[in-house]
Design a protein around this ligand. Structure first.
Ligand SMILES: CC(C)(COP(=O)(O)OP(=O)(O)OC[C@H]1O[C@@H](n2cnc3c(N)ncnc32)[C@H](O)[C@@H]1OP(=O)(O)O)[C@@H](O)C(=O)NCCC(=O)NCCS
Length: 324
C-alpha cells in the first residue's frame, strides 16, 4: 500500500488595503513604469493596523476548511510557513489553532523565507506518510510590510502581505506517478549566500525585528538558474519530465524570474500561474495564494501535474511535484 498526501481543500486571504505602484511615487524617487517593467508588480495588499500574520493565516485556514467541508478539529496538524510571526514565540500555528477553534492536534512553524511553503509541504508529506497525522493544513502567511525599509526603493516596492492554505489528507495510492498527491520534492539551502537576502535584526543579535536587505541583481542571477534546476530535479525524482507538467506554480517574486525559469524549463507562459501583478512578493504565502488563484480561475483541476518552485533568503530553494 502506498500512501499519498492528497489536496482536499484550499483557501486564501488578502488584507483589504490595496496599494498601487503610484502610491510609492509620493515618497520615493520611483514610478509605476519602473516597478511594472522591472518586476511585473502592479499592486500589492498591506495588512491594516492591528492585523497580524496569524489573523491572515486564520482567515486563509477558515477558507480552506470551508472549501474542504471540514471543521477545525478534523485536522490533525497545522504547519505555518512564515518569516514574519506575530511574536518571537509562540508559533503562528498555535495562534491559528486558537483562532479557528482547533482544540486537538498540534501546530508549529517552518522558516525558510520565500521557499518556506515548499519546505512546509515536504514536512507535511513526511508527517502524513509516516502516519503521524491523517490530515495536515499547510499555511503560508506573511506580513512583509512590517520588515520593509520604506526609504529603500529597491526593496519596499516589491513585497506584499497575504496568506494561503492547503489541506492534505493521507490517501491510498497505487505508487505510480499517475496518483494524485505529492509525488516528489527537492530541497536545498546554502548559507554562503546569506548576504544576498537577509533581515538586519533579530532576537539574539539586535533585539529588534530588523529590516529586509537585498542584493537584487545578484539574487536575480541565482534565482533563474537554481529554480529551473530544482524543478527539473523534483520532476526527475517523480519519474516525470517537463512534458508531463500541466502547471508551473512559481514563487511570485518577479515576472522576469518567472519567465526566465519557465523558458529554461521549456514550459510556455500559458501554463504558468501568475499572481505577482496583483500580490507582489508575499514570500511564503505566494505559492499557496497562486494555487488558490489557479483553481479559482478554473485552470488547475484534479489530476493536473503541478510543479511548485521557490527561492529565498538563506539562500534556500526547492520544488515540489504535486498532482492536484
Ligand atoms: C530588484 C530588481 C527588481 C531590480 O531590477 P534590476 O533590473 O536588477 O535593477 P537594478 O538593481 O540593476 O537597478 C537599476 C537601477 O534602478 C534603480 N532602482 C532600484 N529600485 C528602483 C525603483 N523602485 N524605482 C526606480 N529606480 C529604481 C537602481 O538604483 C539602479 O539605479 P542606478 O543604475 O542608477 O544605480 C531585480 O534585481 C530583482 O527582482 N531581483 C530579484 C529580487 C527578488 O526576487 N527577491 C526576492 C527573492 S525571494
Amino acid at each position: 500500500m502506498t500512501l499519498r498526501s492528497v489536496v482536499i481543500g484550499c483557501g486564501r486571504y488578502l488584507p483589504d488595503r490595496i496599494v498601487p505602484n503610484s502610491e510609492f511615487e509620493k515618497t520615493l524617487d520611483t514610478n509605476d513604469e519602473w516597478i511594472r517593467t522591472r518586476s511585473g508588480i502592479e499592486r500589492r495588499h498591506f495588512a491594516g493596523d492591528g492585523e497580524f500574520t496569524s489573523d491572515l493565516a486564520a482567515k486563509a485556514a477558515n477558507a480552506a476548511l470551508a472549501n474542504a467541508g471540514l471543521d477545525a478539529d478534523d485536522v490533525d496538524a497545522i504547519i505555518v510557513a512564515t518569516s514574519t510571526p506575530d511574536l518571537t514565540f509562540p508559533s503562528v500555528a498555535t495562534m491559528v489553532q486558537q483562532k479557528i477553534g482547533m482544540t486537538r492536534g498540534f501546530g508549529f512553524d517552518v522558516q525558510a523565507v520565500c521557499a518556506g511553503f515548499v519546505f512546509a509541504l515536504t514536512t507535511a508529506n513526511g508527517l502524513l506518510l509516516s502516519g503521524q497525522a491523517k490530515r495536515v493544513m499547510v499555511i503560508g502567511a506573511e506580513t512583509f510590510s512590517r520588515i520593509m525599509d520604506w526609504t529603500d526603493r529597491a526593496t519596499c516596492v516589491l513585497f506584499g502581505d497575504g496568506a494561503g492554505a492547503l489541506i492534505f489528507e493521507a490517501q491510498t495510492g497505487t505508487g505510480k506517478n499517475s496518483d494524485r498527491g505529492i509525488l516528489a520534492a527537492d530541497l536545498n539551502s546554502d548559507g554562503r549566500y546569506k548576504d544576498m537576502l537577509y533581515v538586519d535584526g533579530g532576537v539574539s543579535s539586535t533585539g529588534t525585528s530588523g529590516k529586509l536587505r537585498m542584493q537584487g541583481n545578484a539574487l536575480f542571477r541565482q534565482a533563474v538558474e537554481k529554480l529551473a534546476a530544482t524543478a527539473e530535479t523534483a520532476l526527475e525524482n517523480a519519474g516525470l519530465t517537463r512534458d508531463d507538467v500541466d502547471w508551473v506554480v512559481p514563487h511570485q517574486a518577479n515576472i522576469r524570474i518567472i519567465q526566465g525559469t519557465a523558458r529554461k524549463l521549456g514550459v510556455p507562459m500559458e501554463q504558468v500561474i501568475q499572481t505577482v501583478q496583483d500580490h507582489g512578493n508575499t514570500s511564503a504565502a505566494s505559492i499557496p495564494l497562486a494555487f488558490c488563484v489557479g483553481v479559482e480561475e478554473g485552470k488547475i483541476k484534479p489530476g493536473d501535474l503541478c510543479i511548485a518552485e521557490a527561492i529565498g533568503g538563506g539562500l534556500a530553494w526547492g520544488a515540489v511535484a504535486l498532482r492536484w
